[in-house]
Design a protein. Structure first.
Length: 241
């Protein structure tokens, strides 16, 4: 069984830096090495920090895809909200242009197996590790693709003062960037891991691990192709006129 924690679990961190205009928008990505931790647990008394086991799972592999970002930006416009009405709020609405993004990504995999686990179960969980590592091989490209959608764009925010308003706008953009990156990596690993567990029945079936991994990736790819097909295309194909 594989378990992945996304941005809601504090995987994504964001730092916003105000900077003068840059002559060329850029994205830099620092990719950390994969860290693998292997732990055992007592079936009768699993530790509190261990992720929950699924209904048919005897072990669990936890992926933590990390995403942090430093965004440099410049404020291109600001408007102080002034009103003479009693009780109205002041503040500022500011628009910032994101000039470049410095991204750092990493992956930590923790494998939990019960003490005295049979080798077949251990091998199954190592298969989950292989899935996570294979997806992480594409992580730099995923991070660059997600960041390029934001570099050069303007974003608008509102706060009590103009620097805080710009900071809020860029921070929201950075958060969305990390969400997109995590969907392309952590989300992908969760889907493939689920297919892998279905094929192997959580390691109970006599299936070669590397074959099950290949089947899981193929099955997920097929499901994603079907999901991307326009609804209109499906409707047209079903007509009997």
């Amino acid at each position: 069984m594989a378990w992945a924690r996304c941005a809601g679990g504090l995987v994504a961190a964001v730092v916003v830096l105000a900077a003068p205009a840059m002559s060329r928008a850029a994205v830099t990505v620092e990719k950390g090495n994969v860290v693998v931790v292997r732990k055992t647990f007592d079936r009768r008394n699993p530790p509190k920090e261990m992720p929950p086991l699924g209904p048919r799972a005897d072990a669990v592999t936890h992926f933590r895809f990390g995403c942090s970002c430093n965004a440099n930006y410049e404020i291109v416009s600001r408007r102080r909200d002034v009103s003479r009405r009693r009780g109205s709020e002041g503040g500022c609405t500011a628009t910032a242009r994101i000039n470049d993004m410095d991204v750092r990504i990493d992956l930590e995999i923790t494998i939990w197996v019960p003490r005295g686990a049979r080798q077949k179960l251990v091998d199954h969980e190592e298969g989950h590790r292989v899935i996570g590592e294979r997806i992480y091989e594409t992580a730099e490209r995923a991070a660059r693709d997600a960041a390029r959608k934001w570099v050069g764009r303007t974003v608008t925010g509102r706060a009590e003062n103009c620097p805080e308003a710009a900071d809020t706008a860029v921070r929201d953009a950075n958060h969305q960037f990390c969400q997109d990156y995590l969907e392309a990596t952590s989300g992908w690993s969760s889907r493939v891991g689920d297919r892998y567990d279905e094929i192997t029945d959580h390691g109970r079936r006599d299936v070669v691990v590397k074959d099950a991994i290949a089947q899981a990736f193929d099955r997920d790819a097929g499901e994603q192709r079907v999901a991307r097909k326009p609804a209109a295309e499906g409707n047209a194909a079903g007509r009997g006129e």
